[in-house]
Ligand binder design. Sequence first.
Ligand code: SF4
Length: 441
Amino acid sequence: MNSPEEIKRFVKERFPALGVNKSLQIARLLYETGRRECRDYRDVLKSCSSENKGFKELKKELLKKRFPRACSLGKKINPHLPALESPAGREADKSHWLEPENIYYEKGLSSSQILSRTANRFPEARTRKIDSLKDFMDNRSYDINTYNRRRKSMFLIKENYDFIKKCPCTSGCVCCGYSILNAGFGCPYECVYCYLQEYSNMPGITLAANITDFAEKLSKLKGKRIGSGEFCDSLVFDDITAHSEVIVEAARKHPGLIFEFKTKSVNTDRLLNMKPASNVVVGWSVNPQHVIDRSEFFTPALNARLEAAAEICRAGWDTAFHFDPIINYPGWEKDYRDAVELIYDTVPPERIRWISLGTLRFPGGLKRTIEVRFPKTDILNGELLCGFDKKVRYEEDLRADIYRKMSGWIGLKKADTFVYLCMENPRVWKKSGLKPRWRWE
Ligand code: SF4
């Protein structure tokens, strides 16, 4: 594999007259093009007819090689070209899943059930009392390695302020009015694209012990639809938190709202033992197995997620699916079409309340974090450019093409499936042939 440091050195020596920024841009374009084409960066440069024609010409030619589709449209493109960084020992640990060494609990929780269940599940871990998570965090610094070690520490806390947040839908997007339940922060799975690896400043995985306080806040909810799963998978810890039991009973008292558990896990035993609530949906985040194998480490296979969804439906619950993020790679069409078909072949179609679609997107800063934590990933090889909301995304026509095809394949299985786009602008909705009509209103 082409090493970032080696490429930077090579460009500096090959083009000594280039300033730092220009040199870094050429190095980045050689690196990305080499990865995309599975070629050595020197061969990429040798294939450029403008190798000796100055920075502007060379950059233009490299951009055409790196973003052939977007450049062929004749539009101005806005690539995100941060300096290359070496992983330097900061790769994600893909060998051990969840083996916490410490279970920290805030004062007042020493006789809580969540503590005894957590301690039982992880008998090797030491339990330690802390005054508060806030005190624990004071004066500690956090970096990528802190995030890499997050599975070593569990924190059981009282969530006092932030139980419900508005979904951080970026400006310019068609907003679905979603609210987020924050019942935990930090996720044990390792998804290459996960925004938490850039966003989180927590020293471990945090689980709320006082979920019953959330029930009181439900009546004040302005929106119609609320869900968990934004800051941590909704169900992966449900055997120890028992959050689902409290949430379902609270939702039952507020039939005007819809609650969704969003998960990749198959940890559904508590839900299976409860009476279903018609305003509670158990939603699965899905991707073809090809993507799961490469980018969703430690998560259950697609088949296992769909079997869990089928079982949930047999028990009387409704389900939903989220193709998010959709990754564009050679052969994506067959894989995603097969995944759509597998859903409808496994789960009763009448139980599917909605399917959301969202293509890969992330804040610019996440690109380097992904490269450092997952140096072998191929999800960044697609034509990802700075989008309307400054997030790195596929170009607009490509996104619309993906959504049109996906919704078409879904429509072939069940024409009236409620399909919506996540974090998309009105132009893309229109080009995709979809209309934002929210079925939960
Ligand atoms: S399941 Fe969701 S929250 Fe967990 S690592 Fe994957 S993307 Fe992040």
